[in-house]
Design a protein around this ligand. Structure first.
Ligand SMILES: Nc1ncnc2c1ncn2[C@@H]1O[C@H](COP(=O)(O)OP(=O)(O)O)[C@@H](O)[C@H]1O
Ligand SMILES: [Mg+2]
Length: 371
């Protein structure tokens, strides 16, 4: 992509990719609506959301397989709405890797290079293919047939086929969806180290929150074709702007109610039975409105001394470093408490049926708008 800017200035300041009020409609179907997003050079960004929320559509607009119905797509500061995929400095890895089954691994990887005009010489192609195979830790696998490769290996061939083109951006659409859990975890670690060593921008689509949380510099949460929040994994976990985000990122307990008061950064929610829950509201909500208090299970302590809410232990699940308790409060109903091994050693364990008390530190509760 040509640019008139001084390369040094460009590298520092121009986002590598941008969506500006980008929408995509298919007849009456709104696949994406008013997307605004600025992607930084070299970052690992994930689109996260449930199936059908518009993640693939956003990615396809960046790749050039779809042009926006309205709004703009920019790559490296240039408007590319009408630039076809092969003329964009991006490569996409699909959910179903779409490798050519009748070609060898090397031929699959070399495919894009052979389409180039002028076509690189064979020695150069072989060198690039072997280097790509080394990058994805499949050295020497070039002569193999695709059907001789396992699922995880095919996934890496698909990656090699994309990185051999040295794209500025690698777009990955649920590339690990077809892999089993163990292999997925390995691939996630490999993808992350690959991104660091190549230094290129990765944009990943996933509906798996753990995957997004563990791999991304920033996560863009989508819902119903819209972006609802963008932030680092920690931002989204600690300061979700809505119940939807709190629910999507990590586990949380939700207590519905009505705003009783809101002043000086402190909001009080009247929950079931008039129980008052004080907390912080990331987005201010007016008194009288319905809202939800969100409390992460690990922020709640369970103890014998009569402090906090009286509860009854309903269930206990041993999780190694933690024990997950399901407890019941007369007004709030059932909620989860995650107790660390250390805390449990100090307090002693609880059995189903045991009475206990649950408390949490000042400010642990988030008061969120219903959406
Ligand atoms: N080519 C298309 N024609 C009609 N509707 C589409 C098309 N592509 C996507 N959609 C619809 O747009 C919405 C978003 O789809 P998509 O971006 O694939 O979601 P995701 O990747 O988050 O699962 C869905 O309702 C989907 O059915
Ligand atoms: Mg999709």
């Amino acid at each position: 992509m040509e640019s008139n800017l001084n390369p040094a200035t460009e590298a520092r300041e121009t986002p590598i990719a941008e969506l500006r009020d980008a929408s995509k409609h298919y007849g009456a179907v709104v696949a994406a609506q008013g997307l605004n997003l600025s992607i930084r050079r070299g970052e690992f960004l994930s689109f996260l959301g449930p199936s059908g929320c518009g993640k693939t559509t956003a990615l396809r607009m960046l790749a050039g397989f779809e042009s926006p119905t309205s709004g703009d797509v920019l790559l490296d500061g240039q408007r590319v709405n009408d630039v076809p995929p092969h003329q964009r400095p991006v490569n996409m890895v699909f959910q179903h890797y779409a490798l050519f089954p009748h070609l060898t691994v090397a031929q699959n990887i070399a495919y894009g290079l052979r389409q180039r005009r002028p076509r690189p010489v064979e020695a150069e192609i072989s060198r690039a293919v072997e280097q790509a195979l080394e990058t994805v830790r499949l050295p020497g696998f070039g002569p193999r047939r695709i059907w001789e490769m396992s699922g995880g290996q095919q996934q890496r061939v698909a990656l090699a086929r994309a990185i051999v083109n040295q794209p500025k951006i690698l777009l990955l659409d649920e590339p690990m969806a077809a892999l089993d859990k163990k292999l997925r975890r390995d691939m996630q670690i490999e993808l992350q180290s690959l991104q660091r060593s190549l230094g290129i921008t990765f944009i990943l689509v996933t509906h798996d929150q753990e995957e997004a949380l563990s791999m991304s510099d920033r996560i863009c949460i989508m819902r119903g074709g819209r972006i609802v929040q963008v932030g680092s994994p920690r931002d989204l976990y600690d300061r979700p702007a809505s119940r939807y985000v709190a629910d999507f990122v990590g586990k949380s307990n939700f207590f519905p109610g009505q705003i009783a008061s809101s002043a000086a950064g402190r909001t009080t929610l009247a929950a079931a039975g008039g129980l008052m829950i004080a907390g912080t509201a990331p987005v201010e909500i007016a008194a009288g409105r319905t809202a939800t208090a969100s409390l992460r299970p690990e922020q709640i302590a369970l103890h014998r001394r009569a402090e906090g809410l009286p509860v009854t232990v309903v269930n206990r699940i041993f999780l190694g470093e933690h024990t997950e308790y399901l407890v019941r409060h007369t007004n709030l109903g059932e909620f989860l408490v995650l107790v660390s091994r250390q805390a449990e050693a100090a307090e002693g364990g609880f059995e189903p049926g045991d009475p206990a008390h649950a408390s949490w530190p000042e400010g642990a509760a988030l008061i969120l708008a219903d959406d």
